[in-house]
Design a protein around this ligand. Structure first.
Ligand code: HAM
Length: 419
């Protein structure tokens, strides 16, 4: 118990952090070129925020939230996703009054009490973007192009962008009615969960993983047939925009999302070479009613979140081998140890990664340690050389050795090591 992390919650060890950083750095660089600025919102929020935005009947809110009463009796939840907090912050700080369009991105841990398996954790990490304030389909195209570019530049293959339109608050109720009528006819063939969902959240039935439910709903009516003129026009302009940019995608008319705030364009980046439920590496869509729902002025929005753990599983190996120190100082004897401590410290202040041995071990074992750390050079201080006021610099790959005077050694090393 004491030495086990909580189920579904993982350490990211130094060897893995290098990959994570590569992804994060690439995301930051790409988001900058698309004009997104970073926002950092709290991990804990009022529980009601998620019930209002994600939906009280969604799986996340019904079954998966880490929700608790704090010592003061307040209902608090550890965020299960990033959009609700960003929109809450956007409304609270009146970002809409500062500029007509807000393009924000975030990275961080999210919490859902799901059944853990590969790529599905209870603490997982998302990199997300949200673009608020634009109704025009151009922003959908931009956000989708950004997602596409991200996957292309990180070098992940075997993913497909799937898109759909979920309509708006005017046309979706009509679709819901048609779908509910259809589901009534096949009710007996649905799983108990779907029989219950049918009344509260019928669209979710289309997302059920049970083979029985899938078979029973093959002929279910599709949202596309029920879109009103505005939504149909919007969706076709999004597709035209993607075609014009050469962003490849497929339309998945059965895609429904597990969060209730979505309207119009929704999408998922799906891993095509893996079967199973955990195949969305990233997902998102429009949420044109959410800002208003949370007390802000009517403001459209669209965004996505990439699941870091799922992405990392798909990343090709790309030589993020640990870089070793620029210099290891092997010291023999007390005087040498004194010089080496000072030198190491001075080099670090100059931005050079330098290491030395704390234990006063033999030269052989210090050389072994330098090798294990992957040091590019070793400076040997001690013996006859030290008596002559010199030290030996050894290049670990060419094995070439040069003698350097102890006097002015610091400056000499900085020049040698920083070129
Ligand atoms: P979501 O589909 O719930 O959407 O999650 C987005 C991505 O987060 C998923 O595609 C998946 O890669 C990852 N993810 C979700 N749950 C887990 C889990 N338990 N373990 C590992 N990875 C997971 C959202 O969260 C929306 N906020 C996305 C969005 C942003 N829509 C508009 N803006």
């Amino acid at each position: 118990m004491l030495t086990n992390a909580i189920k579904g919650v993982k350490d990211i060890l130094p060897g893995d952090v290098r990959r994570w950083r590569r992804v994060e750095e690439l995301a930051r660089e790409l988001f900058r070129t698309y004009g997104f600025s970073e926002i950092r919102t709290p991990i804990i929020e009022h529980t009601v925020l998620f019930a209002r935005s994600i939906g009280a009947t969604s799986d996340i809110v019904e079954k998966e939230m880490y929700a608790f009463k704090d010592q003061g009796g307040e209902e608090i939840t550890m965020r299960p996703e990033g959009t609700a907090g960003v929109v809450r912050s956007y409304v609270e700080h009146k970002l809409h009054a500062q500029s007509a369009v807000s393009k924000l991105f975030y990275m961080g841990p999210m919490f859902r009490r799901e059944r853990p398996q590969a790529g599905r954790l209870r603490q997982f990490h998302q990199i997300g973007v949200e673009a608020l304030g634009v109704q025009e389909p151009g922003v959908d195209v931009d956000v989708l192009a950004l997602l596409h570019d991200f996957f292309a530049s990180i070098g992940v293959q075997g993913v497909e962008l799937q898109i759909n339109s979920l309509g708006c608050r005017d046309c979706r109720p009509r679709y819901r009615e048609a779908l509910t009528a259809f589901l009534q006819g096949v009710k007996d063939k649905l799983c108990p969960d779907c029989q219950r969902r049918m009344d509260v959240n019928p669209l979710r039935v289309l997302d059920c993983k049970s083979e029985h439910c899938k078979a029973a709903t093959v002929n279910a009516p599709e949202m596309a047939e029920h879109l009103d003129d505005g939504c149909r026009e919007h969706f076709s302009r999004v597709r035209e925009g993607l075609d014009a940019l050469g962003v490849s995608y497929s339309v998945n008319p059965r895609m429904v999302r597990g969060l209730d705030y979505y309207t119009r364009t929704t999408f998922e980046m799906v891993a095509t070479d893996k079967a199973g439920a955990q195949n969305a590496v990233a997902a998102g869509g429009r949420y044109d009613g959410l800002v208003e729902e949370l007390g802000g002025p009517p403001t459209p929005g669209i965004g996505f979140a990439i699941g870091m753990e799922r992405l990392i599983l798909m990343l090709p190996d790309s030589g993020e081998a640990q870089e070793g120190p620029a210099l290891f100082i092997a010291a023999l004897g007390d005087e040498a140890a004194r010089i080496s401590t000072k030198l190491t410290h001075g080099l670090r202040q100059q931005g050079v990664w330098a290491e030395y041995d704390y234990m006063g071990a033999s030269l052989k074992s210090q050389m072994k340690k330098a090798d294990r750390l992957g040091a590019r050079r070793v400076l040997i201080i001690g013996g006859d050389e030290l008596a002559r006021g010199a030290a030996v610099l050894r290049d670990m790959s060419t094995k070439e050795q040069t003698e350097l005077a102890i006097d002015g050694l610091m400056e000499e090393l900085v020049t040698k090591l920083t070129v």
